[in-house]
Write a protein of this length. Sequence first.
Length: 166
Amino acid sequence: MVYAFTTVKIDRPITWALARLLLLMFYLAPVCAQAGPAPQIITFVAPVYPQLAAFGGVQGTIVTHIKIGMDGRVKEADVVTGHALFTKNVLAALKQWRFAPSLQEYALDVTSRFEFYSPDGCFEKDDGRRTSAETMVSANLPTDVLIRVPWKCVTITTSDPVERKR
């Protein structure tokens, strides 16, 4: 194998500096393109806490990498790490997110945490029936989502319809 080398002589120092600057800009452009503010979210859909995970007492965190097109739609959503019970619901929710259209594409990581919380007690409806606390969702959009469901707020009734008829 024979290698051929060509020597290029640049007489002007300004031309060499300009060439280095253009080369540096070429390599740093993808990094600098996302150094600005995060894309503005227009439509947010929270992931649903999977029933199997909730009943099984499973909490967890899932990190997803999404790519957002210039039209504001999520083009790709891939799981980076997380429990398999949460994957389907998180991906389904992320694919429904919409962002404001922009002049560039974005890529970012979204962390979704699934946790339990213990409400002070069960809540009573106007008709006197007891009900459990609601699912709570909070977010620092577009990168962090927290989904919390009640734990230990279980009302067991001893009122059996068959027993009442006797």
